[in-house]
Design a protein around this ligand. Structure first.
Ligand code: FAD
Ligand code: SIN
Length: 534
């Protein structure tokens, strides 16, 4: 089952296609070049669009004096609430420091302390300072800048911007051998075309736009997870949507991307206060404001309900030199009429990160031959039920390198694509009601009843089909598919764990110490299985 498109009008070919130009896609592309493979990097908007450039807090890696990968591992496992894949965590924390050193060698500049050492801060769930940051709170912009400069310098990487990957092309046996693309303003390659390759790496980032309020940019419509599902690949842990606890609450805000107030602000001493001006995290967790993200988001949600208020407060007035340490956040607060040096900041949770995604092994291979996934799109299992702060940029760096090495070590022939069996498309007008329904019934807190009601709304929306392929329709159809997968996973998981909070099953259960894996077969039938996690 594929999305409805126009007839392909052109063809292009490379050894490997990388879809997406965030930390995961750029790292994979650069590492592939070490083996001299030709790379076609396609990205659906401008090359620097995506979550990477918005990343604030930093990158976690055991680089500080006295820190070790083992301590990083412990914190990652605690945050992951019993559902981390230990082998994936081991890879992340042990290969992480070298990956960060390589990024520095590629030109990324991180903030230094007064003594000239790399400055390390703290975020939720970390028992020690281990977060490298750049430009104060503009870490992602610096990572993106450094990687893009390296990509621009490499003639073996062809970049096509405004190139939306719609679906993968598959051989008669189901192996992936390219993608269908829609390109705007690229001369002879305008409109729908086919890009052929021996391997395809999906690095399309997150799916925050499934919800009405998110920290994610507009491109984060989860296209990669949706196209992997349509290709028959397994996805895992999709019910674990991480809601960032401290997103700037704005009275007049409409939906879409909202400004983030980094956890690092709490790392530098900011406190959470309820409507009565009282701290509420102290008695809830030994790390108080720096408890893992799911725990803080949940307590904020409870405080908001109890006081019938749309937000709580983040008091950052004691943070030294706020405007220098957090220039981006300072500017966005001022833009919204708040001076964080003298006023508490109104904050509320919003969708932030997909801890699950396309199920991959330690080399980024999906369950479909020739198809790899990297970064937020992928589920390596390293995040379990809740990602530890600042482990995401790190995951893109570490697994991007592993995927490139695996592709180089396993040369594959160029296969012939087969025509896809059936096509469908939904009306772009479903996007807004879908986002509202998901926030209402499948958000921070869910229950069997709220999920059932949301599913009913989605099923109604699915009757609004379209015969006019366009970017908005492809994205809306992808959001629909993801919303269904999230609801199916959330309804199945009858417990509360990590960022999955069921009001009707408020405790974690040993019976659910397992991963929920979903896939869609070639007849469009959904399947679910479990994977035990030790
Ligand atoms: P992205 O950076 O999102 O890149 C995805 C790319 O795919 C984009 O280029 C996009 O245009 C492209 N794309 C999408 N769909 C298609 C398609 N159909 N066809 C072609 N191209 C497509 N993590 C941390 O570790 N530390 C932090 O401090 C941190 N702060 C964050 C702050 C914010 C506001 C946000 C939103 C996230 C933050 N995260 C942080 C999470 C982290 O930034 C992301 O998880 C990470 O950058 C994802 O990288 P990626 O390469 O997988 O995806
Ligand atoms: C933040 O800066 O709070 C975001 C960090 C992350 O998502 O890892």
């Amino acid at each position: 089952m594929k999305l409805l498109t126009g007839k392909p009008g052109w063809t292009v070919q490379a050894d490997v296609i990388v879809i997406g130009s965030g930390v995961a896609g750029l790292t994979t592309a650069l590492n592939l070049r070490a083996s001299k493979l030709s790379v076609l990097l396609v990205t659906k908007a401008k090359i620097d669009e995506g979550s990477t450039k918005w990343a604030q807090g930093g990158i976690a890696a055991a680089l500080g004096p006295g820190d070790t990968p083992d301590q990083h591992k412990k914190d990652t496992l605690t945050a992951g609430a019993g559902l981390c894949d230990i082998a994936a965590v081991d890879v992340l924390v042990t290969e992480g420091p070298e990956a960060v050193r390589k990024l520095i060698a590629q030109g990324a500049v991180f903030d230094k302390s007064e003594t000239g050492e790399i400055a390390l801060t703290r975020e939720g769930g970390h028992l020690r300072n281990r977060i490298l940051h750049a430009g104060g709170d503009a870490t992602g912009a610096e990572v993106s800048r450094a990687l893009l400069a390296a990509v621009n310098d490499d003639e073996g990487i062809e970049v096509i911007e405004n190139a939306l990957a719609i679906d993968v092309l598959q051989s008669a046996a189901g192996a992936v051998c390219g993608v269908t693309l829609h390109v705007i303003n690229a001369g002879s390659r305008d409109g729908v075309g086919r890009a052929l390759a021996k391997a395809v790496v999906i690095a399309t980032g997150g799916l925050g736009q499934v919800y009405s309020q998110t920290t994610n940019p507009p491109v984060s419509t989860g296209d990669g997870v949706a196209l992997a599902l349509r290709a028959g690949a397994e996805v895992a842990d999709v019910e674990f949507i991480q809601f960032h606890p401290t997103v700037l609450w704005r009275e007049s805000a409409s939906g879409g991307q909202q400004p983030l107030i980094s956890e690092a602000v709490r790392g530098e001493g900011a406190l959470l206060l309820n409507d009565k001006g009282e701290r509420f995290m102290k008695e809830k967790h030994p790390l108080a404001e720096l408890a893992p993200r799911d725990i803080v988001a949940k307590e904020i949600f409870i405080q908001m309900k109890e006081s019938n208020s749309p937000h709580v407060w983040l008091d950052a007035t004691t943070v030294p030199d706020f405007e220098k340490r957090f220039p981006t956040i300072y500017a966005s607060c001022l833009e919204n009429g708040i001076d964080p040096k003298s006023q508490a900041i109104p904050v509320a949770p919003a969708s932030h990160y997909a801890s699950g995604g396309v199920r991959v092994d330690l080399n980024g291979q999906t369950t479909v031959p020739g198809l790899y996934a990297c970064g937020e799109t992928a589920c390596t299992g390293a995040h379990g039920a809740n990602r530890l702060a600042s482990n995401s940029l790190l995951e893109g760096l570490v697994f991007g390198a592993r995927i490139a090495a695996h592709i180089a070590a396993h040369p594959a022939p160029q296969l012939e694509p087969e025509d896809a069996p059936a096509h469908f498309l939904l009306n772009p007008a479903i996007q807004l009601p879908l986002q509202l329904a998901m926030s209402q019934g499948a958000g921070v807190m869910r229950s069997a009843a709220s999920l059932k009601e949301t599913l009913g709304i989605l099923e109604q929306l699915a009757t609004r089909t379209s015969t006019e392929p366009c970017i908005e329709a492809w994205e809306a159809t992808n959001l629909y598919l993801l919303a269904i997968a999230i609801i199916r996973g959330a309804a199945e998981r009858k417990e509360s764990r990590g960022s999955h909070w069921r009001s009707d099953f408020p405790e974690p259960s040993l019976d659910w110490q397992r991963r929920i894996i979903q896939r869609i077969d070639s007849d469009g039938v959904w399947h679910m299985r479990y994977e035990e996690v030790k």
